[in-house]
Design a protein around this ligand. Structure first.
Ligand code: MTE
Length: 326
């Protein structure tokens, strides 16, 4: 399949200001005041794109220079982003993770790096927090269930960590494993998935600068329900590819079998790139509802190819039949 690349003068879908953001735009006076503040103090740039809950330690990030790291959409409120979650290790209802994830112990925490690499090892979370400068990125998150959010994440490109491990030429894929501890995670006692939660990426996807290793959101450390102490954010893929509370990263030669593919191969493919023209057997992917903005009865907003990140990631899939490799 041909990947359409926009002509230089065309705005990218991610650059088009949605009506809601336009209506909520700052006045000229507010914009000038913000600009002069930013110019006066470099710290002002480390202010989060939207306020957090104020209860967790701060984790500011500098404005990212990665192309596509910011969208014009209005950030979802912290309250919505931390109370409407998918984290099946804590239950299958959207409110379960907020209610139950307080039992998750995020210190001490180590991530083991294994498989086809020259420097395998164990990384302590404190070392990971210092591995590369923290950046803030405002990404869209599109769930396969048909809803979406816009979240200011704090972290850095996953490539920063993967490079340290020196993957060998046999490392064609990367597999990510989440914690599965029955004593801390009540959902793991259920048979809804074959635990632990496993996800995977092709090595070039994992090395793409937009693929992010996330430690915080809204300028604060990640709340447990959002995948503390570290998770992925892959804005061009359906949300389930972004594994939470990661304990193992493994370089492998063969395509990893992710938990969702194992559970229902016809419904969840390995790639799971956001694609409005490839419907899920139970849900059309053509449109979405933005949590906190679009009500149950308002018209859904159209979903964009690769969630609006086509200019950045389209080339990764040049020549591939995206219906077959869904
Ligand atoms: N990671 C683990 N370990 N377990 C999960 O159940 N759910 C996924 C993904 N990562 C999930 C996970 C799904 S379906 C989505 S949509 C996103 O996390 C939701 O992230 P959020 O709750 O921070 O919005």
């Amino acid at each position: 399949m041909l990947i359409r690349t926009s002509a230089l003068h065309d705005p990218l879908p991610s650059e088009i200001t949605p009506r809601s953001a336009y209506l909520n735009r700052p006045t000229r006076r507010e914009a000038l005041a913000a600009l002069s503040l930013a110019a006066a103090s470099p710290l002002a740039l480390a202010q989060p794109a939207a306020p957090g809950g104020g209860k967790l330690p701060r984790l500011p990030g500098a404005r990212s220079a990665v192309a596509g790291a910011f969208v014009m959409d209005r950030p979802t409120s912290y309250a919505d982003a931390t109370s409407y979650n998918n984290f099946y290790e804590f239950g299958t209802d959207k409110a379960d993770p907020t209610e139950h994830a307080h039992t998750l112990k995020t210190r001490p925490w180590t991530v083991s790096i294994e498989g086809e690499c020259g420097r395998p090892g164990r990384f302590d979370i404190e070392a990971l927090l210092k591995l590369a400068p923290m950046e803030e990125r405002l990404y869209r998150l599109r769930c396969v269930e048909g809803w979406s959010m816009v979240i200011p994440w704090t972290g850095y490109s996953l490539a920063e960590l993967l490079k340290q491990a020196q993957p060998t030429s046999k490392a064609k894929y990367v597999e990510f494993t989440s914690l599965a501890d029955r004593s801390q995670m009540p959902g793991v006692r259920s048979g809804v998935l074959d635990w632990p939660y496993v996800e995977g990426l092709r090595i070039d996807e994992a090395m793409h600068p937009l693929a992010m290793l996330v430690f915080g959101m809204y300028g604060e450390m990640l709340p447990n329900q959002n995948g503390a102490p570290l998770r992925l954010a892959l804005p061009w893929k359906y949300g389930f590819k972004s594994a939470k509370s990661i304990v193992k990263i493994r370089f492998v030669e063969k395509e990893p079998m992710s938990s969702w593919t194992k559970a229902a191969q016809q419904e969840y493919g390995f790639y799971s790139n956001v694609n409005p023209s490839v419907p899920h057997p139970r849900w059309s992917q053509a449109a979405e509802r933005r949590i906190g903005e679009d009500g149950l009865f308002s018209k859904k907003r159209p979903t964009l190819m690769f969630n609006g990140y086509e200019a950045q990631v389209g080339q990764l899939y040049a020549g591939m039949d995206l219906k077959r490799f869904y």
